[in-house]
Design a protein around this ligand. Structure first.
Ligand SMILES: CC(C)(COP(=O)(O)OP(=O)(O)OC[C@H]1O[C@@H](n2cnc3c(N)ncnc32)[C@H](O)[C@@H]1OP(=O)(O)O)[C@@H](O)C(=O)NCCC(=O)NCCS
Length: 156
C-alpha cells in the first residue's frame, strides 16, 4: 500500500478529526498495520469514535499524523492509533500528538494514560513506564502481544 507523498517541509495544523478525514486516517493506520507495528482500524470504529481523534494536517490537506484519546474510566484514558506519515517521522510530531491528548485528558480530570504498543521505547521517551498487564483494570481489553505503557499526567 502506498500513501500520498506529502511535503515534509509543510507547515502543520493540529485539529480534531472530522468524518471527511476518516478514509485518509484509515489509510495511514493501515499502512503501518500492514507492516505489523500497529492494529488496523475499521471504518465503523472510526465513525463511532471520531470524537476521540486528532490529526496534523498539511497545507495541502494531507494527514501527517493522527492519534486518539479514548476514555476508559474516571481515572484512566488510552492513547490509541498513534501514526505518523513516513515523510514526517523524526520531527517530534509523535511526541506532539501524545502531549496533545495528555493535555485534553488533564483538562477532563483524568490522571493516568496508558498505551498498548510495539514501540515501548518511543513511549518511554514520552515519559511512560512499562507496567504489568495485571495493573490494568479488568475492564481493559488485554493485548498480550504488546507492551502496556503508563504515565501519570499530573491532574490537580
Ligand atoms: C512511533 C512513532 C509514533 C514516532 O513518531 P515520531 O514523530 O517519528 O517520533 P518523535 O520525533 O516525536 O520522537 C520523540 C522521541 O522518541 C524517539 N523515538 C521515535 N521513534 C522511536 C522508536 N520507534 N523507538 C524508540 N524511540 C523512538 C525519538 O528519537 C525522540 O527521542 P528524544 O526524546 O531523544 O527527542 C512513528 O514513528 C510512527 O507512527 N510509527 C508507526 C506506527 C507506530 O508504531 N505507532 C505507535 C505505536 S501504536
Amino acid at each position: 500500500m502506498s500513501l500520498p507523498d506529502l511535503d515534509p517541509n509543510s507547515s502543520l495544523t493540529l485539529r480534531k478529526a472530522a468524518m471527511r478525514d476518516v478514509n485518509v486516517m484509515l489509510e495511514l493506520i493501515a499502512f503501518w498495520a500492514k507492516k505489523g507495528v500497529m492494529l488496523p482500524k475499521t471504518t465503523d470504529v472510526m465513525f463511532t469514535q471520531i470524537r476521540d481523534f486528532y490529526l496534523l494536517e498539511t497545507q495541502d490537506g494531507g494527514i501527517a499524523g493522527t492519534v486518539g484519546l479514548h476514555v476508559l474510566w474516571h481515572d484512566l484514558g488510552e492513547v490509541r492509533s498513534l501514526a505518523i506519515h513516513p515523510n514526517f517521522q523524526g520531527q517530534g510530531l509523535g511526541r506532539q500528538l501524545v502531549l496533545g491528548v495528555e493535555a485534553e485528558a488533564r483538562g477532563l480530570g483524568i490522571p493516568r494514560l496508558f498505551a498498548w504498543t510495539l514501540e515501548p521505547d518511543f513511549f518511554v521517551r514520552c515519559g511512560y513506564t512499562l507496567i504489568s498487564i495485571d495493573e490494568l483494570p479488568p475492564k481493559v481489553y488485554k493485548e498480550y502481544n504488546k507492551s502496556a505503557m503508563m504515565k501519570a499526567i499530573g491532574v490537580a
